[in-house]
Design a protein around this ligand. Structure first.
Ligand SMILES: Cc1cc2nc3c(=O)[nH]c(=O)nc-3n(C[C@H](O)[C@H](O)[C@H](O)COP(=O)(O)OP(=O)(O)OC[C@H]3O[C@@H](n4cnc5c(N)ncnc54)[C@H](O)[C@@H]3O)c2cc1C
Length: 383
């Protein structure tokens, strides 16, 4: 392989998944003699998102942390509490810091190149993969694709597809209304309007925070509806006085148990959100991606067809039930999460959502949730 446009691996998308994969290749000698191309239509020079996740103790992204919190607040209609989450911490990374860190490391590996180009078509020709871009055509033995579209999941109706969608404002307030060191994980003390709606607040100081109005529902709202909810929360609920919006962040993450398996081929693997790596019941994708990359790397080293790699486990069934509950009655989220946080410690909730609980812990976790909607959802799935 010496050709300018021919590679061993092409990674499409230099976002969370593409960069974690390229970084893992940089760090593993197996890939030293492999030619790798990383493609993105964007130069990744903007802070287009922030990633948050909880973690037990120290972790590989700690050097990139922007902020971390040792406590969380859960707010409900009848139950609210501030929890110390040790040994967990809730951590935040700015997208730009992550992009810069990995892209700089990649420049030290001449076998891995990053090119800015828009991908138009990717096809598995069985003996090679063809990637057609705006500028040219590339070929590789294998390709990893992180371009996600909702149609990938919504073309079927066996599994509901909800969205976790939100508008977030980075605000600076006149009055000191935020509690430093305490992240508001979910505040349901706002009108639910037939959906699962909550506020998420990440304070950086007493007067600065990222405040997000978030829904778990099928359809997006009009921009004004997110804005008006944020305004009322800041002014009426928090009493923040005048405030300035320093920046904003809008997003939508798929929440579905559709497993994306049919999209993979022998030589093309979808990764990240496009690979179904967003945790169906929470939308958290960053840590879920970082846990799947080493498994993918091992799979590559064995040389098996890419579509043979599967991640389905018992947690898939638990996620499916929650999504069925929310799809059947979208207003149920508040009572489900409120009952859980009332009955169980966040440490167990985090461990369960990290898919690290034993069967006994699973039972303990589930016994802390309202049983009726889940039993109904289970019966509906079974029969
Ligand atoms: C605003 C926002 C905030 C989020 N916050 C969190 C969070 O706090 N915690 C969490 O766990 N998850 C979060 N997520 C969900 C998830 O972690 C992110 O979406 C994450 O970036 C997904 O990684 P990815 O690699 O699948 O996709 P992306 O990071 O979106 O990467 C895909 C890449 O493909 C490129 N691309 C797209 N089309 C083309 C094309 N045609 N040609 C070439 N390149 C293309 C894009 O430019 C992009 O760089 C958030 C998502 C958003 C949108």
């Amino acid at each position: 392989m010496g050709n300018e446009s021919t590679f061993d691996y092409i990674i499409i998308g230099a976002g969370a998944a593409g960069l974690m994969l390229a970084d893992a290749m940089c760090k593993d000698a197996f890939f030293d003699d492999k030619r790798v191309l990383l493609l993105d239509k964007d130069a990744k020079k903007n802070n287009d998102r922030t990633w948050c996740f909880w973690e037990n103790g120290t972790g590989v992204f700690d050097s990139l942390l922007h902020t971390s919190w040792d406590a969380i607040y859960f707010g409900g209609a009848d139950f609210s509490k501030r929890f110390n989450i040790a040994p967990y911490q809730y951590k935040m990374i700015r997208g730009i810091d992550f992009y810069e860190d990995v892209l700089t490391r990649i420049t030290q590996h001449p076998n891995i190149s990053f090119r800015i180009d828009e991908v138009l078509k990717v096809s598995d020709k069985d003996y090679e993969v063809e990637v057609i871009t705006k500028e040219t055509t590339y070929k590789s033995k294998r390709a990893f694709n992180s371009i996600f579209t909702y149609e990938m999941a919504t073309h079927q109706n066996k599994y509901p597809v909800l969205q976790q969608h939100w508008l977030g404002w980075f605000v600076k307030t006149e009055k000191p209304v935020f509690e430093e060191g305490v992240a508001t994980y979910m505040d349901f003390s706002i009108p639910q309007k037939g959906n699962t709606r909550f506020m998420y607040v990440l304070p950086f100081s007493k007067t600065e925070a990222l405040v997000e109005y978030t829904l778990f529902s099928k359809e997006l709202l009009a921009l004004e509806e997110y804005e008006s909810a944020l305004n009322s929360y800041l002014k009426e609920r928090l009493g923040c006085g005048a405030f300035e919006i320093l920046d904003d962040e809008k997003g939508s993450i798929p929440m579905t148990c559709y497993d994306f398996q049919e999209h993979h081929t022998k030589n093309i693997r979808f990764i990240g959100t496009a690979g179904g790596w967003a945790k169906p019941s929470t939308g958290y994708t960053f840590m879920s991606t970082s846990k799947k990359i080493p498994v993918l790397i091992n799979h590559l080293k064995i040389g098996k067809p890419l579509k043979d790699l599967r991640f389905k486990n018992k947690f898939w069934y638990y996620d499916l039930l929650l999504l069925d509950v929310l799809a059947q009655n979208n207003a149920k989220g508040q009572i489900v999460f409120e009952t859980l946080f009332k009955n169980r410690d966040p440490q167990l909730i985090f461990k369960f959502l990290d898919e690290e609980t034993s069967s006994l812990e699973d039972i303990r976790y589930m016994a802390g949730a309202p049983w009726l909607p889940f039993t109904k959802a289970l019966l509906k799935r079974l029969f």
